[in-house]
Ligand binder design. Structure first.
Ligand SMILES: NC(=O)C1=CN([C@@H]2O[C@H](COP(=O)(O)OP(=O)(O)OC[C@H]3O[C@@H](n4cnc5c(N)ncnc54)[C@H](O)[C@@H]3O)[C@@H](O)[C@H]2O)[C@@H](O)CC1
Ligand SMILES: [K+]
Length: 500
């Protein structure tokens, strides 16, 4: 995929290694000048973003911790003072304890005429913009006092907030809030973009994200495998070029959706309808007989067949190019029998919902290359024998483990969906809370089936599918709002996006 569509996301240890390489490449051993030069560039970049976002601001409150993140804060404070802004400079730890480049950054603030006041519980933040330079990538474990109290005070202040590198309290690797975290309006991150700014709870903390690479050369990233690739909107057009004029329906594959146990018809209808809308050549639905009339009424293009058991489903399974199994499948004998038949027929599979739950109980050790699993955090937790909360606490680790154990491609749904496949992990930066409603997963599974039917590999379908799904939801919400967004609203927007 082109660099235009993807950006690499790194872990804190990797960013530290990149810093180390840049500094080692440009300094004599033991000399902190190169480290300080990098820190000055970081402070300058952040200050420039602050001025861009809040050009009218005349007074800043800059809160500094005790590591290099604080160093960036002291540089910002010095630059603001030199430009004539008034600066309330607050130190959570005494600046005398700072070391290396952070100590030099503090000296820079002193030379600019500033004196850091110690943070007190009753300190009031009077800047129009608060600069959070408390904790960066060096955060380890739950936020301790006095930092926790400072973070609460920032969030309660009602002031505009710019976070330096990462909102303090947010884990740079997982995007987990470690007890409490700053809620920023703008985060300026440096050198390499961090996974934790895009997954877990990041969406509620980061605000606008500005990434500044500080001119670090590409060699500094050599041999570091990014934790994930940021999936850009451009991957959809790259994977779905315009169709040849002489195309016929046989060129675009046959999707079979298997689901809709008695009493659970809606999910399979949504999946099959979406598969048809997203360009599959043909779509069949194997469902309980009672749902057939509803499907024919709603989407006559879908060939809906009532199946009482496996023997009714066999010809449908044999005729499909890709099978979407799980929406409304249930976990009873009907669903179990159909899943077994789908697993045995040797076609690419999209496995969702109850089919995932059945994998836990009936096929615990099964792994294969030709399936795409689409769990939400709860289903992922069941597959990994842990809680959904544990999955959310480290989504990257969870999706990688699941892919390693089960093979194929795995989509871990939820804000910042992750797609783990043979070539690594992709992260979807799109989507909105309107997607937290029933049927969204069924629409995704149908959409994935349509993409596989049109010739995408399972991994590519996973990456393109999450982007298409989430961007369609963003378009739908832009028109009519997030609250009340229906899964069925997505297909028409996804169709537009899939056609460029
Ligand atoms: N030369 C460099 O290495 C550069 C570093 N940069 C900045 O440096 C940051 C990383 O600096 P550091 O590695 O010094 O780390 P940080 O400044 O992020 O934090 C380290 C400090 O936080 C404290 N701390 C850690 N976990 C805590 C917890 N749970 N509760 C309370 N306090 C805790 C530690 O005691 C330590 O004093 C980056 O995020 C970035 O802002 C940038 O200036 C670019 C250049
Ligand atoms: K910070």
């Amino acid at each position: 995929m082109s660099s235009h569509s993807c950006r690499s996301l790194y872990l804190a240890d990797q960013v530290r290694e990149i810093d180390r390489r840049v500094i080692a490449a440009s300094a004599e051993p033991g000399d902190d000048a190169a480290g300080f030069a990098l820190m000055r560039r970081a402070g300058q970049a952040a200050y420039a973003e602050l001025r861009r976002r809040w050009p009218e601001a005349r007074r800043l409150s800059v809160l500094c911790g005790s590591g290099n993140n604080a160093g960036d804060g002291y540089v910002i404070a010095a630059l603001a003072a030199c430009e004539g802004l008034s600066v309330q400079l607050l130190a959570v730890r005494e600046p005398e304890a700072l070391k290396g480049e952070a100590a030099r950054a503090h000296e820079m603030a002193v030379l600019a005429g500033l004196r850091a006041e110690p943070w007190q519980a009753d300190t009031s933040l009077d800047g129009e913009v608060v600069v959070d330079a408390l904790l960066g990538t060096g955060l380890g474990g739950e936020v301790r006092e006095p930092y926790a109290g400072v973070i609460e005070a920032i969030n309660a202040s009602g002031r505009a907030v710019m976070a330096v590198d990462i909102p303090s309290g947010l884990a740079a690797d997982s995007g987990a809030v470690l007890g409490c975290a700053v809620r920023a309006d703008l985060t300026v991150t440096f050198i390499a973009d961090k996974l934790g700014l895009h997954t877990g709870q990041a969406a509620d903390q980061v605000g606008e994200l500005a990434f500044r690479d500080l001119g670090v050369p590409a060699e500094a990233h050599e041999n570091l495998t990014p934790a994930a690739e940021y999936l850009g909107a451009g991957i959809v057009g790259e994977a779905l070029p315009p169709r040849a004029r002489g195309s016929h329906k046989g060129d675009f594959g046959h999707v079979l959706v298997v689901g809709g146990a008695p009493g659970f018809g809606g999910a399979a209808l949504l999946a099959s309808q979406t598969a048809a809308r997203l360009g599959a050549g043909k779509v069949s639905l194997a469902t309980a007989p009672e749902h057939v009339a509803a499907s024919l009424t709603r989407t006559p293009e879908v060939m809906a067949r009532g199946v009482r058991g496996v023997s009714d489903a066999r010809p449908l399974l044999d005729g499909a190019d890709v099978i979407v199994v799980g929406p409304g499948l249930g976990q009873g004998a009907w669903g179990q029998g159909l899943l077994q038949a789908a697993l045995e027929v040797g076609k690419p599979l999209v496995v969702d919902a109850d089919a995932l739950n059945l994998l836990v109980t009936c096929w615990p050790g099964t792994r294969r290359d030709d399936w795409l699993l689409t769990p939400h955090p709860g289903e992922a937790g069941r597959l990994l024998d842990c809680s959904g909360g544990e999955v959310q606490a480290d989504r990257l680790a969870a999706v990688k483990r699941l892919q390693a154990e089960r093979g194929g491609t795995v989509i871990l749904k939820g804000a910042g969906s992750l797609v783990a496949g043979p070539s690594g992990v992709g992260l979807c930066p799109f989507g909105n809370p309107g997607m937290a409603s029933g049927g969204m997963g069924d629409v995704l599974s149908g959409l994935l089936g349509a993409l596989v039917a049109q010739g995408l590999t399972l991994e590519s379908a996973g990456r393109v599918g999450v982007v298409l799904h989430a961007r369609a939801a963003d378009r739908a919400a832009a028109g009519q709002g997030e609250r009340g967004l229906l899964a069925g609203d997505l297909a028409s927007y996804a169709r537009i996006l899939a056609n460029g």
